[in-house]
Design a protein. Structure first.
Length: 346
């Protein structure tokens, strides 16, 4: 997995072998290869052109590689790569070879798979408090809209994950001879006042029901979050065959996806403390991808749908970056770097 610089690193974009007349003891016909079919479908939907075919030296895998790279570049890859460490792969298995050996089923089914190497840290405590001061309920609505919109596409580590971790730590401490010697973070004092003592199912007013704040920075923050909400819900997240997932979980001992985003309140708070504690254990098992997009290479409509999903994902990530730039213009970069370093060290 590339550590930085590319959403789709050169080593990971195409997970299938290059086409040859003969391959590993069995013949592969050029007309039936998934990558050849995908190259043809990209031409048919207008994403690949004659110039691309010439530039690819008439090699279908190279054509697919070039066209997908251009698609990523046209939809915010440069911005995303500055802030996220992600890997988007195309292969016959949902398991990235960076984590384990793929197990191609030979069915012609392909998958676009998103994995994360470290977490993008987004501090929103001050923004919540400022919005809540502007209008009662606005800070809570901002938080609900933000976390729910992000959760639709990637795994987010937030205060609810921290609460579960704190409960685990308390249970472990109870079984020890001196439970009081364990330092267990206290979550509620670090949460904005409007979020304290909420139950998981509690929801405030929809963000769109509030009038825009008068302060330009807060107004921009609400506008970006509403746009994030709209984009996030504009496309259905692909459904994955549960039998396939169960087989992969049994075969590869899959763990939960690594968080792509850390949603904390302020630097050094209980959410960060719990996140750092859990970082020590991540990576011991193969993580599930954050997003799995099934792709039938010979189905043009399915290909369009898959690319629409990836386009939506990229837009969600770009908006997350823009929200960070408004919510924490000064201290955000330091917190983000510290959190990502913590994950990368494990």
């Amino acid at each position: 997995m590339a550590r930085a610089g590319y959403l789709a690193p050169a080593s990971g974009l195409i997970g299938l072998p290059k086409l040859r007349p003969c391959h590993a003891g069995e013949k592969i016909g050029f007309g039936s290869s998934p990558l050849t079919m995908l190259a043809g479908s990209l031409v048919e939907i207008g994403l690949a052109h004659e110039a691309d075919w010439a530039a690819a030296q008439k090699l279908p895998p190279t054509l697919v590689d070039q066209v997908l790279r251009r698609f990523l570049a046209d939809h915010g890859q440069a911005v995303i790569a500055q802030h996220f460490e992600l890997c988007l792969t195309l292969g016959e298995s949902i398991i990235d070879s960076a984590y384990g050996e793929p197990d191609p089923a030979g069915t012609g089914q392909l998958f676009l798979v998103l994995n994360t190497e470290s977490s993008f840290a987004l501090g929103i405590g001050r923004a919540i408090e400022q919005l809540e001061s502007a209008q009662a309920g606005l800070g809570e609505a901002f938080y609900d809209s933000l976390r729910q919109s992000l959760y639709r596409w990637v795994r987010v580590y937030d205060d609810w994950d921290a609460r579960e971790r704190i409960e685990q730590m308390a249970e472990w401490a109870e079984g020890e001879e001196d439970p009081d010697s364990y330092e267990i973070p206290k979550l509620d004092p670090d949460r904005p006042t409007c979020l304290r003592h909420r139950k998981f199912a509690d929801r405030g007013q929809p963000l769109g029901s509030f009038s825009p704040p008068a302060i330009p920075q807060l107004k921009r923050l609400v506008e970006l979050t509403l746009e994030l909400e709209r984009v996030s819900h504009s496309v259905e997240r692909p459904k994955i065959d549960e039998d396939l997932l169960e087989r992969e979980r049994e075969q590869h001992s899959l763990d939960s996806p690594l968080p792509a985003i850390l949603l904390y309140f302020h630097s050094g708070d209980a959410v960060m403390a719990c996140f750092d504690n859990e970082c020590e254990f991540w990576g011991q098992e193969t993580p599930e991808p954050n997003l799995i997009v099934p792709l039938r290479p010979d189905d043009r409509d399915n290909l369009r749908q898959a690319l629409a999903v990836i386009e939506t994902l990229l837009r969600v990530l770009v908006l997350a970056v823009e929200i960070k730039q408004v919510a924490e213009p000064e201290e955000g970069a330091t917190c983000a770097s510290a959190s990502m370093s913590a994950v990368n060290s494990n």
